[in-house]
Design a protein. Structure first.
Length: 77
């Protein structure tokens, strides 16, 4: 399982670095790419441990989205 999440971890760190460098457009593009990867992983994952890890990344990406866009993301909107 660790190898599945290593590239994901690196990508999230890249988003954080882009935000710190105030390169919000590139950070937002990367965030969208990583979100798509997470959605794919979620579609094909059956193990509870992996689902929990994916959920953690989804929460983190949501917080990064709020940081970039200055708004709360509400389910269904």
């Amino acid at each position: 399982m660790n190898t599945k999440f290593e590239s994901l971890k690196a990508s999230v760190q890249e988003i954080i670095d882009l935000i710190a460098a105030e390169n919000n457009r590139e950070a937002n593009n990367k965030l969208l790419d990583v979100s798509e990867v997470l959605d794919e992983m979620l579609d094909f994952t059956e193990e509870d441990e992996e689902l929990r890890e994916i959920s953690r990344y989804q929460v983190l990406l949501n917080q990064l989205h709020v940081k970039l866009n200055g708004e709360e993301q509400v389910d269904g909107e």
